[in-house]
Design a protein around this ligand. Structure first.
Ligand code: XIL
Length: 375
């Protein structure tokens, strides 16, 4: 009898300890939105090789999807015609697999971060349409072929549109013609028939560019070309774009029967230089003190605004759960965000939800609140 009581007491104590330890666990983003959408982060080289220990531990705890910030871009992965660099991409994919994450490839065809040699022959003459298509085909088959079945979704074409919805005059367009986009998607499907294939762009929540993106997606669909989703980059500001535009674009894109994802979310809290336009990466403005107002820390009032802004986004995202399949932040913590150096170099920006010491900011907690209210 005595023995049975001790045993029961032991079981009771163990159960109580277990319940306490589960309850005491800090909430994580990926658990909070489990069953709704993936929570992703873009990783830079320093993180991929494991040097940025604090950021990596945040990634493991809070994120279940990863995107490569730069290492899959053409200039990095395929710097010369006969030279591919797979070391970092291999480590990136291995990290994602080890941590059971939904791995994204970014990006196959883009006008930026693509070396000059891609568009010219050995004599320096511009390539013909057929020769450039062959290069695109080789590149997509080689990169996507290597990670077949392991990388689950690809930004196949990035930023092909202008803000007014017309086609961007990139070298791809000028040399190949408008069908370069469908060719890229066809080659991607050939390389990995099971991967999700996305069109990715910035400002496509805004009506005129959105219209162009819808037209483009419909034209691919009309030709029977596989497109699985649209990536709205989500490089946002405290006061723009409007929540209405974000809400309407999720609604309109999902009506095309494709997944909608926010693929590069961040919120620039600094003033914009004059003539600054959207998220075009080619912009580079002179530094000036008025453009860098918070070098020593973000004032509480702006911190609060940022938290509210993120909460407003996530209220919309959870409203469209099932249609929105992934929210990826463009970076892990404020220290390494590209927005410290773009569109003005050397600023101190605060666009993410973890601060420079990798501590959660009020925006992190306001996002968690949205998860609670959506359950
Ligand atoms: C940015 C990277 O974050 C920077 O490190 C790099 O110098 C330039 O590109 N749209 C995209 C991303 O699709 O690939 C860009 O990433 C940001 C804008």
């Amino acid at each position: 009898m005595k023995y049975v009581n001790i045993k029961m007491l032991l079981v009771f104590c163990l159960t109580v300890t277990l319940i306490f330890s589960v309850c005491a666990q800090k909430p994580t983003l990926k658990n909070a939105f489990d069953g709704q959408f993936y929570i992703g982060a873009a990783l830079n080289e320093w993180q991929i090789v494991g040097n940025d220990v604090s950021a990596i531990s945040l990634v493991k705890a809070h994120f279940n999807s990863i995107s490569p910030e730069n290492c899959f871009k053409w200039e990095r992965i395929h710097p010369q015609q006969n030279k591919y660099r797979f070391e970092l991409p291999d480590s990136f994919v291995a990290f994602g697999e080890k941590n059971r994450m939904f791995i994204i490839g970014h990006c196959m065809v883009w006008h930026s971060q693509v070396p000059k040699w891609v568009f010219i022959d050995s004599l320096g003459n511009q390539l013909s349409r057929d020769a450039l298509l062959k290069r695109m085909h080789d590149h997509i088959l080689t990169v996507m072929g290597r990670y077949k079945g392991r990388i689950k979704g690809y930004d196949v074409v990035n930023e092909a549109l202008n803000d007014n919805g017309t086609m961007r005059q990139s070298k791809w367009l000028k040399i190949i013609g408008e069908d370069y986009i469908e060719k890229a998607f066809e080659y991607a499907k050939e390389a990995d028939p099971n991967a999700e294939l996305y069109y990715n762009d910035f400002n496509i929540e805004q009506p005129s560019k959105r219209e162009g993106a819808i037209k483009l997606i419909k034209s691919l669909q009309a030709k029977g070309i596989k497109i699985s989703g649209v990536g709205i980059q989500g490089h946002y500001h405290l006061n723009r774009p409007s929540l209405k535009d974000i809400d309407e674009s999720i609604d309109e894109f999902s009506k095309l029967g494709i997944k909608v994802m926010f693929t590069e979310l961040d919120v620039n809290v600094l003033p914009s230089p004059k003539n600054f336009n959207g998220a075009d990466v080619s912009q580079d403005f002179e530094m000036d003190k008025t453009l860098n107002p918070y070098p020593k820390g973000l004032p509480d009032s702006v911190q609060t605004q940022l938290a509210k802004r993120y909460a407003d986004f996530f209220k919309i995202f959870v409203k469209y759960k099932g249609k929105v399949t992934r929210i990826t932040f463009w970076g892990v913590d404020d220290a390494q965000s590209w927005l410290n150096n773009w569109p003005v170099r050397g600023r101190t920006n605060y666009p993410l939800i973890f601060d420079r010491k990798c501590m959660p900011k009020p925006a992190f907690f306001s996002i968690l609140e949205c998860a609670k209210s959506s359950q």
